[in-house]
Design a protein. Structure first.
Length: 133
């Protein structure tokens, strides 16, 4: 477990850098998107970003991500979690509580947690989101 939002952000960026083929990143706000890390990835790595655009689907960061050939973006109208699932090998999930509080993130390579996120939780969140183009 990780116990701060800063530690979770660092770990999320490390997960992005370790991506071999695909990563899904779920963040509550546009400002939470690790845009520079996403831009630094190989173009063969697929990146899915789910974020609450808060009514600003034309935000510069959103437009920049959509323009990238390996990135797809969804508006997810909820600000309840930070999450990543990488290559079907690793997951991170943490509640998105106020930045002034300590949070505990679950980070795991354990197959059962990876399957839970990859096959159940992730698809549930995708189904309640709208892809932006």
């Amino acid at each position: 477990p990780s116990n701060s939002s800063a530690a979770s952000d660092v770990y999320k960026r490390q997960m992005l850098r370790r991506t071999k083929s695909m990563i899904t990143v779920i963040v509550p706000r546009i400002d939470d998107i690790p845009i520079d890390t996403i831009k630094s990835l190989k173009k063969t790595s697929k990146v899915h970003v789910l974020v609450d655009t808060a009514g600003n689907k034309q935000h510069e960061v959103i437009k920049e991500l959509i323009a990238m050939p390996n990135v797809r973006v969804w508006h997810r109208p909820a600000r309840d979690y930070y999450a990543c699932t990488r290559d079907g090998e690793e997951v991170l999930i943490a509640p998105a509580i106020g930045s002034d509080k300590e949070i505990v993130a679950l980070v795991s390579e354990k197959e059962e947690y990876v399957i839970l996120m990859h096959k159940f939780v992730g698809p549930m969140w995708m189904a309640s989101s709208e892809e932006l183009k």
